[in-house]
Write a protein that binds this ligand. Structure first.
Ligand code: XMP
Length: 319
C-alpha cells in the first residue's frame, strides 16, 4: 500500500503474488475446478488459478444457451491463445428446460443457480474429483446481496449457505476484496489481452437477465441479435456497459401497411465506475436512430426504446 498526499494506491502486483501463494497453500496437493464465463472476473480467476496450480486446475466453460453470438467459441480460443486449455461443456438443453415456463425474475435466477451449481457444475465437480471451486465473486456482488438488493447467483457462502454440505465442494473467492476497477487492474498485471480486460461486464445469468418474462429459444434469438447490434454500434463509446433488453409486453405497430403486435427492445448504455451507481450515456441521436432502425429489422420487433434511468432507482439489468 502506497500512501502519498492522501492518495491510496494499491499494490496489485503484490495482490497477485499473495493470491497465488494463498491458492497453493489452501488447495495443497488436491485438484480444483473453475468455470470460466469469459468476463473479466472469471478470466482473472482462471489465470490466477493456472499460475498457482497449473494442471491441477480444470477450467470449464459451460455453454448454458444464454450466451451472446459466437461467445463460447471465442472464449475458448482466447484462452487457448494464452496457453490455458478450457473445456467447452454443452448444457444448453438443461438450462433451457430449467427456465421453461418461468417469468418471475428471482425464480429465473434461482433456476439458473440450481441448474449451474446443483446439476451441471456439481456433476462436473463430482466427476473430476476436485475438492475446490474457484469463483470470481467480487466485493460489489457481496455488498448488494447482503443489502438485499439482488441475489447474485454466485454468492452461496455469503448468504449463509454452506457450499460444502449443499454442493459437496469448497468455494474459493480470490477477488472478493476487489471492485470491478480493481479486477481490471489485476487483469492488467496478469497480462490478459484487451479483449478480456476491456470487455464490458456481462452478468452470470447472461441473456436471461435481459429477457423480461419467459426465456424461450425464440426470445433468446431476438435479444441475442439485438445485443450484437448494440455492442457493435456502441463499442466506440467507451461507456461502462451497453446492452439490449427484450420486454415482456407487446406493442401495436404497422408494417407493410398492416397492423402488427410486435416485441419491444430496450437499449441501455451507462456510465459508471463500479456498477453501484450509473447514469445513462448521452449517445448521439444519429447513433440511436441507426441502432433503432437495425433493431426493428429483427423479425417480430417493432419498437426500440432508449433507457434514460439512472441507478438507483433502476438496476443495470432488467431481471
Ligand atoms: P445490476 O443489474 O444489479 O447490475 O445493477 C450491476 C452490475 O452487475 C452485473 N450483474 C451481474 N453479474 N451475476 C453477475 O456476475 C449476476 O447475477 C448479475 N446481475 C447483474 C450487471 O451486468 C452490472 O454490470
Amino acid at each position: 500500500m502506497d500512501r502519498r498526499e492522501g492518495v491510496v494506491s494499491i499494490d496489485y502486483a503484490g495482490f497477485v503474488q499473495e493470491q497465488i501463494a494463498e491458492l497453493r497453500r489452501v488447495v495443497g496437493d488436491a485438484t480444483a475446478i473453475n468455470a470460466l464465463s469469459g468476463g473479466v472476473d472469471s478470466s482473472v480467476v482462471t489465470v490466477l488459478g493456472h499460475r498457482a496450480l497449473g494442471r491441477r486446475l480444470r477450467t470449464v466453460f459451460v455453454d448454458n444457451g444464454l450466451m451472446r453470438e459466437g461467445e463460447p467459441r471465442q472464449v475458448v480460443e482466447t484462452f487457448a491463445g494464452l496457453g490455458i486449455p478450457v473445456e467447452l461443456i454443452d448444457a444448453r438443453e438443461e438450462f433451457l428446460s430449467a427456465l421453461r415456463g418461468l417469468t418471475d425474475p428471482e425464480q429465473k435466477r434461482q433456476a439458473i443457480t440450481d441448474a449451474f451449481y446443483a446439476r451441471v457444475f456439481g456433476r462436473l465437480v463430482r466427476e473430476s474429483g476436485a475438492k475446490f471451486l474457484l469463483h470470481g465473486t467480487i466485493l460489489t456482488d457481496i455488498e448488494e446481496t447482503v443489502a438485499g438488493i439482488k441475489r447474485q447467483h454466485n454468492i452461496l457462502a455469503q448468504l449463509g449457505i454452506d457450499p460444502q454440505s449443499a454442493y459437496g465442494y469448497t468455494v474459493l473467492e480470490p477477488l472478493k476484496t476487489l471492485r470491478k476497477d480493481g479486477v481490471r487492474a489485476v487483469a492488467g498485471v496478469l497480462g490478459l489481452p484487451p479483449a478480456v480486460t476491456r470487455r464490458i461486464p456481462f452478468p452470470g445469468p447472461a441473456l436471461a437477465a435481459r429477457i423480461v418474462g419467459e426465456v424461450t429459444p425464440q426470445r433468446l434469438a431476438v435479444v441475442r441479435a439485438a445485443t450484437a447490434i448494440v455492442e457493435e454500434e456502441l463499442a466506440g463509446t467507451g461507456a461502462f456497459q451497453y446492452l439490449a433488453v427484450l420486454l415482456g409486453d407487446l406493442a401495436t405497430g404497422i408494417r407493410n401497411d398492416r397492423r402488427e403486435f410486435g416485441q419491444i427492445v430496450v437499449v441501455r448504455c451507462i456510465e459508471s465506475v463500479d456498477a453501484r451507481t450509473a447514469s445513462a450515456t448521452r449517445i448521439p441521436w444519429e447513433t440511436l436512430e441507426r441502432i433503432c432502425s437495425r433493431i426493428v429489422a429483427i423479425p417480430g420487433v417493432n419498437r426500440c426504446l432508449y433507457d434514460l434511468t439512472p441507478k438507483p432507482p433502476a438496476t443495470v439489468e432488467y431481471v
